[in-house]
Design a protein around this ligand. Structure first.
Ligand code: ADP
Ligand code: MG
Length: 451
């Protein structure tokens, strides 16, 4: 079945978005389209020569393969520069015309601040895995420059760092319109430093940065080894800090784990508030999927949501990508979604190394974490060293795998379901009071979902 070229390109973008960083995706695929489709030949329009060369060199294979997966009659592609006419420039805040229309909002951002208006606190789902970071971010946005300065967020890829950073920026922009705000990435900052050194305009650049009331620098792990940039950043940091300007930083790891980063910068980063975002639990993953489906005006059945949430655990961007894939498929084939169609559609996205969490893995990881022999978990022992891991195992089986209480009891050597309920509730209650336990649970969860 031949599909409309607009739909085809939307489907291609939905797929490619999964494989690239948001920055690369936005840089190279913004304002691209299918210009012409004729007898197995696709001509892709691109806005500049620069983009054309880059796409040909780096992404031609990927694009062709993605196109072929969707339509096997396609044989080859070409790129053609089609300069933008003013009307073609996407309008950032445009309302979605069609409920199933894909909207690649990574393409739109505010010129002055570089903030993308889609990232807000309102659409940021809070769960045990990120609530500390969210609460601190909220506090920073209420009184920038005074409570937590600098504010440092770290966590793995696709877990919401950029979203949270930008939510702070967007909120401050709304509440304090007079404040000057800048969002940048450490890579972009490095580029600016290098250029300004070349052009002998470094003082101008520094003066510009010193004017900001709120400076957000995303992904500072990339400053690793960039000595000159680190030095300039250190001075800029001090200047802003002394003026009570708010500095917000993110990284994929805590400051002390960033290699080749000057000690004095590390200690500056550690001087304020540090919060981490860990891997979302099953319930939070469902909540995020529901939120995203709603944003896209999609109706997805619970079975499909549960399938996605159990198959994708450690990257929220991928959860969202799976939904984008479903919208595209729904639109192209006009299919109703149910767990079977969902599984089939997402096979390519999810299949290769998807390993469902298993009962055995939960037992193994938790016993290892507390250094207790696995077999003791199944016995009657009331020793404290055993009781806690056993209770946590029950907790994880329920929380992450949705096991019923009676089946947990049965699997753990024939325990009564009331014992299981008691243990589960106890862990939930303890979690609220005990931050140490929350941290332990987060690290165990990370191990559960690593290969
Ligand atoms: P990171 O910067 O940590 O790699 P991002 O902030 O880019 O991750 O998040 C990846 C995607 O997941 C974004 O589209 C973001 O909106 C979404 N996302 C992450 N965390 C949440 C959350 N708690 N609630 C809703 N969406 C989220
Ligand atoms: Mg990011």
């Amino acid at each position: 079945m031949a599909m409309k070229k607009e739909d085809l390109w939307q489907a291609v973008l939905a797929q490619i978005q999964l494989n690239l960083s948001p920055a690369n995706f936005a840089t190279w695929f913004r304002n691209t389209d299918i210009f012409l489709s004729d007898k197995g030949m696709i001509v892709v329009s691109v806005p500049s020569n620069f983009a054309k060369e880059w796409l040909e060199k780096k992404y031609e294979k990927m694009i062709l393969k993605t196109l072929r997966d969707l339509d096997e009659t396609i044989k080859n592609i070409e790129f053609k520069v089609v300069p933008l006419t003013p009307e073609k420039t996407p309008r950032p805040r445009a309302v979605q015309a069609h409920p199933a229309q894909l909207n690649f909002e990574e393409f739109s951002f505010d010129k002055e601040t570089s903030l993308n208006p889609r990232y807000t606190f309102d659409n940021f789902v809070v769960g045990p895995f990120n609530e500390l970071a969210q609460a601190a971010a909220w506090a920073v946005s209420e009184t920038p420059g005074s409570v937590y300065n600098p504010f440092f967020i770290y966590g793995g890829v696709g877990l919401g760092k950029t979203h949270l950073l930008q939510a702070i920026g967007n909120k401050v922009m709304g509440v304090f319109p007079e404040k000057k705000i800048k969002y940048t990435t450490s890579e972009k900052f490095t580029g600016e430093i290098i250029n300004s050194i070349k052009n002998k305009s470094i003082d101008k650049l520094k003066d510009e940065y010193k004017k900001y009331d709120l400076l957000i620098v995303d992904d500072v792990q990339f400053l690793s080894g960039k000595e000159k940039t680190q030095e300039e950043f250190f001075h800029l940091f001090n200047a802003l800090y002394q003026d009570n300007k708010q500095i917000i930083i993110s990284s994929d790891r805590p400051p002390k784990a960033i290699a080749a980063l000057e000690e004095r910068l590390k200690s500056r980063f550690e001087g304020g508030m540090i919060a981490d975002i860990s891997i979302p639990d099953f319930e939070s993953r469902i909540a995020i999927l529901k939120q995203k489906a709603q944003e896209k005006s999609m109706i997805v059945d619970d079975g499909s949501l549960e399938y996605i949430a159990s198959a994708i655990q450690s990257n929220i961007r991928k959860l969202e990508g799976a939904l984008n894939r479903l919208v595209a498929a729904q639109k192209i084939n006009n299919e109703d979604l149910n767990p079977e169609t969902t599984k089939r559609i997402l096979k390519k996205v999810i299949h290769p190394n998807f390993q469902r969490l298993t009962f055995q893995k939960v037992i193994q990881i938790v016993s290892e974490f507390y250094s207790v022999p696995q077999k003791e978990i199944f016995l009657e022992s009331r020793k404290k060293e055993i009781v806690k891991p056993r209770q946590l195992i029950m907790y994880f089986l329920r929380k992450e795998m949705n096991f019923s209480f009676p089946s947990i009891g049965k699997k753990l050597g024939g325990k009564d379901h009331t014992t299981v309920i008691y243990s589960f509730e106890k862990v939930c209650k303890d979690l609220e009071k005990n931050e140490g336990l929350a941290e332990e649970i987060n690290s165990i969860r990370e191990k559960l979902y690593s290969e």
